[in-house]
Ligand binder design. Sequence first.
Ligand code: 13P
Length: 343
Amino acid sequence: MSAQALVDTARTLVADDKGLLAMDESNGTCNKRFAKEGIPQTVEARRAYREVILTTPGLGACISGAILYDETIRQQKKDGTPFVKVLADAGVIPGIKVDEGAKDLAGHPGEKVTEGLDGLRDRLQEYFQMGARFAKWRAVIALGEGIPSRGCIEANAQALARYAALCQETGLVPVVEPEVLMDGDHTLERCRAVTEEVLRRVFDQLYMQRVMLEGMILKPNMVLPGLTCIKQETVYEVADATVKCLLRVVPAAVPGIAFLSGGQSGELASARLNAMNIRFKAAGSRPPWALTFSFARAIQQPALEIWKGEQSNLPAAQNALYHRARCNTAARRGEYSAAMEAT
Ligand code: 13P
């Protein structure tokens, strides 16, 4: 696989004001979300739900790539059409989550390290054969009293870099996701400082593992106050803190930064992404990288709540999904507004 093919895929993933749709919930996470809505936690229900998402009319106008889960990439529509073909026909690049989850980090109470490097080369090759052209690996960094530790940050940064190098060797664009969690009462400033430190370590490790920055996407958290912090900054304060942090640490060679939503509401995630893009627009400039989205909950949640496992709810669920996708493409252009939510 040529380096140029990786660069082309990475650029396509962030082109034309589109973004990524994360629909790679593990079976455990998907089942938990189904349970809340009273949806049966079965293989067939998960397949049917993913069919609702993937057959949403107009999806390809807003979404450049969809991140699938191991179970999903092997599934088909009810009529037998493989999901990978459904995506390709819609002009959406298939991607795949390849980490095996965050596990307790030995000797570090309250901290996790993401596993999945063993046998990864073979798994990546299989996914490539199946049609995937990009991959995702998520590391989680918790904030709290005395954490994150240096050991946790380094272990996760190194795993991310080794994953990314293996992806590029196989011809898959790595989406590198170090997520500083929103849980806690920490301030926005603490989140900014930790996010900056984590990203520095991640880019050090990417350099050490010889990852080609032009052929990857960064998927970070936005810089936010903790969920239970008393002071909740405005959309523009969040946007400014996030952009300032990223400008310091993300090399301009990286084609795109695609944020995770991390538990923000769909509306807030759109508004904050919009504010970041507006800042550059207002200054008559452009960020060095595309600032886009790779949301799961902030795109899917309303659709899931409407669908509830009922075929009769499919059109309304797909409308809700398309609406959130459209709001986020507007946010990329700095053209999102609360008025869009009323349409
Ligand atoms: P959220 O947007 O729901 O945070 O999910 C993004 C993701 O891919 C988590 O790994």
